[in-house]
Unconditional design. Structure first.
Length: 310
């Protein structure tokens, strides 16, 4: 099998590639495919792929480019690391890669003559169990999450993609779908939805992703009788849809990302009711999110309780 280099990688059909990663276009106009950005959370599609040119542009980030440019942004890796992913050296190579203007298939995971909408292209959960896998635990440690905390809130999940079985950390939503993460994989199984943890409290703490929720738990291990509900959006696109749920609470603490989408949603909530909605992102104002702040050594000891603003 021929190995991927930059020239071959940039011939991958970007629309099909995004589909294998779980991203479907929100609208199609001629050769332009518009998506909710796979590089960040947003409510309005601003990520465009021109299928004819096989190029992308994220209007929210002000960045764009070819397939390799997308890969290094999506996986947060170097060019050589992305090529290693394509050459089958990690879980993220479990994708179907159709080359532009070329009928050859460069992935051993592709089944001959299968159609683009083959159900094998979708993530299927095979097994769910207690977290034990050493590689997943090492990944959690690298993100400053203890095995104990992760086991309380996550599972070890086997899933199938393109007729191959993989393993990831799974965080379940209220509809039974899972957010799936490992060192080299970021995706979710259907149905996509929020996660709501109901402690029958009058307050709720809101996060975009479950690693921020786990980070919060790490920093509050010694809290006694901490009564609050938790809402993990799993996608910022669920923020407005969850407003009715948030409104049922007397207090809403927002720990959204410090990117364009997160800041926008936070500001909209504060304008709606600044006495109910509390912006807690000041804690990590120099970082993208709570987990990045925790992971990059803001002098927070494991298990140390930090004070929320009152």
């Amino acid at each position: 099998m021929e190995k991927f280099n930059c020239k071959i990688a940039n011939q991958i059909d970007l629309v099909n590639y995004l589909k294998t990663l779980g991203h479907e276009p929100s609208k199609i106009k001629n050769q332009d495919y518009w998506y909710l950005s796979p590089l960040r959370n947003e409510n309005t599609p601003s990520f465009k792929v021109n299928q004819k040119l096989n190029l992308w542009y994220d209007h929210g980030l002000g960045k764009g480019g070819n397939v390799v440019d997308f890969g290094i942004e999506y996986f947060r890796c170097t060019v050589s690391e992305f090529l290693q992913l394509l050459n089958g050296k990690s879980i993220s190579s479990g994708i179907s890669l159709s080359l532009k203007n070329d009928n050859r298939q460069y992935s051993s995971l592709r089944i001959a003559n299968e159609k683009k909408d083959n159900p094998l292209d979708k993530i299927v959960i095979v097994d769910v169990r207690t977290l034990e896998n050493k590689l997943l635990i090492a990944y959690l440690n690298n993100r400053s999450i203890s095995q104990e905390i992760a086991r309380q809130h996550c599972k070890e999940v086997d899933f199938c993609l393109n007729n191959r079985k993989y393993i990831a950390i799974g965080f379940q939503n209220i509809s039974g779908g899972y957010e799936l993460r490992s060192e080299n994989f970021k995706g979710s199984s259907s149905p996509k939805d929020i996660t709501f943890i109901d402690a029958q409290a009058k307050s709720v703490v809101v996060f975009e992703g479950f690693f921020d929720y786990l980070s919060y738990k790490m920093m509050n291990q010694k809290s006694v009788n901490q009564q609050t509900n938790f809402l993990i959006l799993n996608s910022l696109s669920f923020f407005k849809k969850s407003m009715q749920l948030m409104e049922k609470h007397e207090r809403v603490d927002l720990y959204l990302d410090r990117d364009t989408g997160g800041v926008k949603c936070t500001n909209e909530a504060l304008q709606r009711d600044s006495t109910k909605y509390i912006n807690q992102s000041f804690l990590y104002e120099q970082k993208k999110d709570l987990n990045e702040w925790l992971n990059q050594g803001k002098q927070v000891k494991q298990g140390h309780n930090f004070r929320r603003s009152i």
